[in-house]
Design a protein around this ligand. Structure first.
Ligand code: NAG
Ligand code: NAG
Ligand code: NAG
Ligand code: NAG
Ligand code: NAG
Ligand code: NAG
Ligand code: NAG
Ligand code: CA
Ligand code: CA
Length: 562
């Protein structure tokens, strides 16, 4: 068996002993690849497989059998002279047959028992690799990115996909086969030198093609079974992700609606929508698919720390983009099957609302009439118009749906606490915008179309006020009641008081400002209720005795209805 080195040594003796006039080598390029990126020239290092035979086809040497290709420099006598010459001009993956006359092989001496004197030899070569000491990493941009704001620098952490082949096209590795990116720090010796250089300046989304000579790759040792010694490596590399371990979050404010009443702080409870993507634009999660906002406290560690920071100082309705490095997101572990380790996350958020659990009702008077004789207060019966919406502008309820104002007795627990409070102290004709935090509205659970924890915005306009009476009363005297109540009520002096007479009396008191009836849509109903209270035997008439009894009872209960 002949090692190339041995062949070379024997060669010199042979040539010197050769007598003379002889033919040259004959080269048969029987397989030339369509694309030839470079041709072998003197001084190049080459790696090739060969079979060596005599002219009758009998094989005397084969690199295939040894499973070790020949490796050496061209033009410096490291191979049989005829081969050294015959290999020049070869392309990668070319196959050529080189017929070498004896004087360019082992001459008249031959080589040991294997090669008789004056033997013509035939070398069948398959070129696997070429490189030159002067080579550098060859880089070609296959796909560039627009609007790249950041590119790889030393000490950056990168995640990339790649297809790796040898120069002859044999695949040695691909991140795609593992279904995960290759992750590494750049410039710290984690990667082969050629990649450390080649990655510099790359943007996320960019694809580069690298040809890396072995001395900038795995050199003379190769790597494992896949990368032989002295192998030039070819990478197609797509940069997927990029950050620096020193990075903080970045916040890009996209839209802030005016006015911004206040900005969020630690302890606020926020509701927002988001689209979560990786730097390469692939979405990993979005709140919209769940039809509900994401809700959380800010700054208290309920969410990843990048988000906790990024939600500080937002305005209601604001849109911002928060980009967070993995150490402020899901770290090296990633999360579930959707977020790989060491991933940079980009959240586009839209703030729907936020409030503080300590918030009270916020009242903004938007219109105040010049004349304001009276303001609404607890027990008053009021009529009002309203629009109720979420802070993103979604209209939930409006009194215009009913074609008439709404009415309510303030303080009677008939509307949500925040609205009740917001309706107090208003003049007729006054308009307000009232913000009701959820704990004074529909709470954490919401109700119907009102989402849980939602802040509600009411636009209110007060239409009328009817002053009320204390709880449990149907009528109160505003001035002293008549000394002889029965006589006063029995207007025709027939000793009995039917409903009509009673009603007329009560209405007169109200008109003259002496008394006040419990406000209601239909005062006649209230008067009829009062009448029934007095008419003990339910015969449709109040007598003097009946009235006396009632007055005594009321006094006992400390009531002074009539
Ligand atoms: C080289 O020789 C081996 C066995 O000796 C044979 O299997 C192989 O096909 C030959 N290769 C070429 C390219 O002729
Ligand atoms: C890149 O930036 C330009 C100008 O800033 C903008 O018009 C264009 O839409 C951007 N392209 C992409 C892909 O973001
Ligand atoms: C790697 O090869 C796969 C399969 O051929 C291909 O889909 C992918 O785009 C390649 N990646 C690069 C970065 O060229
Ligand atoms: C979200 O709402 C849309 C439209 O109202 C509906 O078609 C969809 O099924 C809802 N999705 C979920 C997850 O509730
Ligand atoms: C999320 O993506 C959807 C669809 O592209 C878009 O309509 C919505 O405005 C985005 N939301 C945010 C907060 O950017
Ligand atoms: C307020 O009182 C004045 C004088 O009593 C009266 O003329 C006016 O109509 C009242 N205004 C309202 C809005 O009730
Ligand atoms: C409710 O909204 C409608 C339509 O914008 C508006 O005309 C009306 O004045 C609003 N009502 C109140 C009480 O502000
Ligand atoms: Ca009478
Ligand atoms: Ca009676």
């Amino acid at each position: 068996m002949f090692s190339p080195r041995l062949l070379m040594l024997v060669l010199w003796a042979g040539v010197e002993a050769s007598p003379g006039p002889v033919g040259d080598i004959v080269v048969d390029r029987y397989l030339i690849p369509k694309r030839c990126i470079r041709e072998v020239k003197d001084g190049d290092f080459v790696r090739y497989h060969y079979n060596a035979t005599f002219t009758d086809g009998k094989q005397f040497d084969s690199s295939y059998k040894r499973e070790t290709p020949f490796f050496g420099v061209v033009g410096q006598g490291r191979q049989i002279a005829g081969v050294d010459k015959g290999v020049v001009g070869m392309c990668i993956n070319e196959r050529r047959k080189i017929t070498v006359p004896p004087h360019l092989a082992y001459g008249s001496q031959g080589a040991g028992d294997t090669i008789p004197p004056d033997t013509t030899l035939v070398f069948d070569l398959h070129l696997l690799d070429i490189f030159n000491r002067a080579d550098q990493v060859q880089t070609r941009v296959i796909k560039s990115t627009k609007n790249c704001t950041r590119s790889v620098m030393r000490t950056d952490f990168v995640r990339f996909h790649f297809n790796g082949t040898l120069l002859d096209g044999t695949k040695f590795d691909s991140s795609y086969d593992r279904w995960q990116t290759q992750d590494s720090v750049v410039g710290e010796g984690w990667l082969i030198k050629g990649l450390e250089e080649g990655l510099l300046g790359m943007c996320v989304g960019e694809i580069r093609h690298f040809v890396i000579p072995p001395f900038l790759a795995f050199g003379e040792k190769g790597y494992g079974k896949e990368i032989p010694p002295h192998a030039t490596l070819v990478y197609d590399l797509l940069l997927e992700d990029l950050h620096n371990p020193k990075d903080d979050i970045t916040v890009e404010i996209l839209d802030v609606p005016e006015p911004c009443r206040r900005k969020s702080v630690t302890g606020d409870y926020i509701r927002y929508h988001y689209n979560g993507t990786f730097l390469n634009g692939v979405t990993f999660d979005t709140s919209y698919q769940r039809n509900s906002t994401y809700n959380t406290y800010i700054g208290l560690g309920y969410v990843i720390s990048g988000m906790d920071q990024g939600l500080q100082g937002v305005c209601v309705g604001e849109r911002r983009r928060i980009t967070m490095p993995p150490h402020l997101a899901y770290g090296q572990q990633g999360a579930g099957k959707d977020i790989p380790g060491s991933a940079v996350l980009v959240f586009d958020i839209h703030v729907i609302d936020f409030h503080n659990p300590k918030d009270s009702v916020q009242v903004d008077v938007t219109f105040k009439p010049e004349q304001c004789n009276d303001t609404s207060e607890v027990t008053d019966f009021i009529q009002y118009h309203y629009n109720c919406s979420l802070l993103d502008g979604t209209l939930l309820f409006t009194s215009s749906d009913y074609g008439a104002p709404q009415d309510v007795v303030l303080g009677a627990d008939k509307v949500i606490d925040g609205l009740d409070v917001g309706l107090r102290g208003m003049c007729v004709g006054e308009q307000r915008t009232v913000l009701v935090p959820p704990h004074l509205g529909h709470g954490e659970r919401g109700a119907g179309v009102v989402p849980g924890s939602a802040v509600l915005q009411f636009e209110l306009e007060l239409v009328s006020i009817q002053k009320g009476v204390p709880e449990g009363y149907l009528f109160v005297w505003l001035k002293d009641s008549p000394a002889e109540l029965f006589q006063a009520m029995d207007m025709n002096q027939d000793k009995e008081i039917p409903l009509e007479e009673f009603s007329e009396f009560i209405r007169l008191q109200v008109r003259e400002g002496k008394g006040r009836l419990k406000p209601a849509r239909d005062p006649e109903v209230v008067i009829s209720d009062m009448f029934k209270n007095q008419d003990r035997n339910q015969d449709g008439r109040i007598t003097a005795d009946e009235l006396k009894l009632k007055v005594e009872e009321d006094e006992a209960k400390n009531h002074d209805e009539l």
